[in-house]
Design a protein around this ligand. Structure first.
Ligand code: ZN
Ligand code: MN
Length: 475
């Protein structure tokens, strides 16, 4: 069986105010406190397009390698729902902001985009405040959205997941959207169908809604592919419908038979005149866009500028906070290799184990570079730095040198202390000493290990080894 997936993603454009009025956008404000006659849909109120929203939309189209439309027109998409006071949503039907473009997966496969259009968000219904009433909060009504629609190029749930990750990284990198799914800034609907062979027409399309995370998108698609394949194999007819994903039950449920586009009776929005985008404006948008670095460009720059492998460059450039932190650390220490190793090693391990992002920790670039500089200068061992100092620094934001001194981790290089430890170790291990003296050089390594243990990691291992060899050769 072959699977065909198409995604419709709504991203909230990073504007301080709404798309057709001056109401501020703020997550979590008191219900209906950020509204005006325009976004409440009061009679006679007139929408005005927000310039910044338009510019962000253009930047997004360019970042996705799409073509900016010459003619821009808004349309009314008519439907009734209590969170939509006007009875229609202002969207774009036949003249979307952008057409075409693509998102490239790691395999090099290009997921083609059909279109990207501007529209307003609806309000929010609250069902859990009272057993017999639903409440309406219109703070979100009029929030600017860019709807990005793929061609049916995705062939399985894993590709859909990867497409979403790339899309998010690109849009964040060019400052178009924060794409915070928890705040509803990125929402996704998925269309999926199965068919027997590539020569068959596409199967009955099922649209899945209520997908609140990339993981949910993947799980819902996996569930649907199995459900549709089983129905197909049993000869049960599938219907074109809209289904809801239940994250708790990990199942989709039929919601309604799918409406066709013409059910929405799209017609031109008479309160917003169509306009053309001049060559000059497109040029300006391109110039503005060229100041931003796309994820792919950043990765290539990291590899070249810092001499990193493709894999390391990818890890370090993939998230904004990590990339910024890495570059700052290198600037302070002039040692890209050490910065890369420490971030990819101990830092990532810490973030993974605590389930936090770098920004949520107290680690600064200054502190991290200090840690490995202390190691480079031979003032503490790598082991002590990693196991005892780093954890304190990242968790509590303490200065590495202070932690090193307080924990008495400073490496001991003075001969006196080292010779004392060496003597104790040799006394406690006469057989190993004999082994060395009867021609088994590897025995020395064991003794160095014992010295390190005795010193609780504080002995300078190089120095300890040199002294030990001298002592072993004295009879
Ligand atoms: Zn308003
Ligand atoms: Mn939409």
């Amino acid at each position: 069986m072959l699977t065909t997936v198409g995604l419709e993603v709504h991203v909230q454009l990073d504007s301080k105010t709404k798309i057709f009025c001056g109401c501020r956008i703020q997550f979590g404000g008191a219900p209906n406190s950020r509204t005006c006659p325009v976004c409440l849909g009061l009679p006679g109120a007139l929408p005005v397009l927000n310039r910044r929203v338009f510019d962000l939309g253009l930047r997004a189209v360019l970042a996705l390698s799409g073509t900016i439309s010459k003619k821009i027109k808004f349309d009314r998409k008519n439907y009734y729902y209590p969170d939509l006071p006007k009875g229609y949503q202002i969207s774009q039907w036949d003249c979307p902001l952008g057409r075409g473009g693509f998102v490239e997966l790691d395999s090099g496969k290009k997921i083609r985009l059909n279109r990207a259009h501007l529209e307003e968000d609806a309000g929010k219904l609250i069902h859990d405040q009272s057993p017999d009433t639903s409440l309406v909060d219109l703070n979100r009504a009029g929030t600017p959205l860019l709807e990005i629609v793929t061609e049916p190029d995705l062939e399985n749930p894993a590709e859909a997941y990867e497409y979403l990750s790339h899309l998010k990284t690109i849009l964040k990198a060019v400052g178009v959207s924060e794409c915070d799914m928890e705040k509803g800034q990125l929402r996704c609907d998925a269309n999926v169908s199965v068919r027997n062979a590539a020569s068959d027409p596409l199967g009955k399309r099922v649209e899945i809604k209520n997908l609140n995370s990339f993981k949910a998108v993947k799980a819902a698609l996996e569930f649907e592919v199995t459900r549709q394949t089983e129905a197909f194999e049993k000869g049960v007819a599938l219907t074109q419908e809209t289904r809801l994903w239940d994250d708790k039950l990990q199942k989709t449920f039929s919601m309604r038979s799918k409406e066709e586009a013409n059910d929405y009776r799209y017609f031109p929005e008479p309160d917003l005149v169509p306009f053309t985008v001049s060559e000059e404006e497109i040029k300006t948008a391109r110039a503005e866009f060229s100041k931003w670095e796309l994820p792919r460009q950043k990765k290539e720059r990291f590899a070249k500028q810092y001499g990193l492998s493709d894999y390391d460059a990818c890890l370090l450039s993939g998230q904004d906070d990590v990339a910024l932190f890495f570059e700052e650390t290198v600037k302070l220490s002039k040692n890209a290799k050490a910065a890369a190793n420490w971030i990819i090693g101990p830092v990532f391990a810490y973030l993974g184990s605590k389930g936090v992002t770098l920004n949520q920790t107290k680690l600064t670039a200054n502190h991290l570079s200090k840690i490995y500089q202390l190691v480079e200068k031979g003032r503490m061992s790598f082991q002590a730095a990693k196991d005892n100092v780093f954890a304190e620094v990242i968790a509590n934001g303490l200065d590495p040198e202070t932690v090193m001194k307080e924990k008495h981790l400073e490496q001991v290089s003075e001969d006196g202390a080292l010779i004392e430890w060496i003597a104790e170790v040799m006394q406690a291990n006469p057989k190993v000493v004999d082994d060395f003296r009867s021609g088994k050089p590897s025995a020395a390594q064991f003794l160095v290990g014992q010295v390190m243990k005795k010193s609780k990691g504080k002995a300078n291992p190089g120095k300890a080894k040199d002294l030990l060899l001298i002592k072993l050769k004295e009879i």
